[in-house]
Write a protein that binds this ligand. Structure first.
Ligand SMILES: [Zn+2]
Length: 308
């Protein structure tokens, strides 16, 4: 498996370890003027550097909200610090996927791991926010896209911003666990505000970090925390999540190399997982997030269909 160029390297986050809310790597700034509480969260996955660049940009520049509350957090710093340039895909997580354990079952459950401890520490930080931008990137070099549950509040914000123009909507949430943006009241129909994931492009590309910085500005500008108008406009296109396939066998393989956005006809074979054939459930079935290297128990591919 070839390693892509690493255009952005991790930087030392020790200077941002001591936060101001009693949780490491969490920084909060409250304006005199009342307004919404926005959380900008980076590094839910340890090797997704674009969010780290965007969060550091806010802290390095000393950005303060002109109204409301701005919270900036680095989530899985333990995984981030395990980064090895010769194995750059291995620092996504230590034990658990930090983006699938935000249910009370996991958070109040008996298990322990680096990620569970971190999620428990950050639980109130996530719960207290009105609006959340959770910044991610993809293993494959594909165009950026939003991912969010299809609540009107999420659609409204992401459609109001200039980029990216591609939306992956999860009508029934993630079948493989509870992501950060669906924690507690954020996952409910009457949630407090928008909570969305931005996938900024390939993990190690400079362009992904640049997009993360722009979208962060747009998000904060949209809610009036900073003075900023999103630039650009274009045609949005949305896909509906149909199914997330979790790898069951070490021999899982796609029928051809896939990077994402490939389109399959109804019943066309996409992958083989042991005795199971993964076939397109509909025409124009479009795949997202094909795994680079299948790992049993982790997600292999998302099956979606274009929305009108
Ligand atoms: Zn991620």
């Amino acid at each position: 498996m070839t390693i892509p160029p690493i255009e952005v390297l991790p930087r030392d986050l020790t200077p941002y370890r001591a936060g101001n809310v009693g949780v490491d790597y969490v920084h909060r700034f409250v304006a005199d003027q009342p307004g919404p509480h926005v959380l900008i969260n980076a590094l839910t996955h340890g090797n997704e550097f674009c969010g780290m660049v965007a969060a550091c940009d806010l802290l390095d520049r000393g950005v303060r909200p002109r109204r409301g509350t701005l919270t900036v957090s680095f989530a899985n710093v333990a995984a981030y610090e395990s980064f090895d340039v010769s194995k750059p895909f291995e620092s996504r997580q230590i034990t658990h996927n930090l983006n699938r354990i935000w249910s009370t079952q996991w958070l109040d459950g008996p298990e322990d791991s680096v990620e569970l401890r971190r999620a428990r520490a950050m639980r109130e930080v996530v719960a207290q926010a009105d609006h959340i931008l959770d910044i991610h990137s993809t293993a494959q070099d594909v165009a950026p896209f939003w991912v969010y549950p299809g609540h009107a509040r999420n659609v409204a914000v992401t459609r109001a911003l200039a980029q990216p123009l591609t939306h992956l909507v999860m009508p029934n949430g993630m079948s493989s666990g509870t992501p950060l943006i669906e924690h507690g009241r954020h996952g409910q129909a009457d949630g407090p505000g928008a909570a969305v994931v931005i996938e900024c492009g390939q993990h190690f590309k400079r362009a992904s970090a640049e997009l993360a910085m722009v979208v962060t500005q747009d998000f904060l500008g949209h809610f009036g925390l900073i003075e900023h108008e999103p630039k650009g406009a274009g045609q949005h296109r949305a896909y509906e999540m149909l199914h997330t396939h979790v790898v069951q066998n070490a021999g899982f393989s796609f029928t051809r190399p896939l990077v994402g956005f490939e389109v399959f006809a109804k019943d066309e074979l996409i992958a083989i997982d042991g005795a199971e054939e993964i076939r397109a459930p509909c025409d124009d079935c479009t795949i997202f997030m094909p795994t680079r290297a299948p790992i049993v128990g982790r997600e292999g591919v998302y099956l979606t269909r274009p929305l009108g």
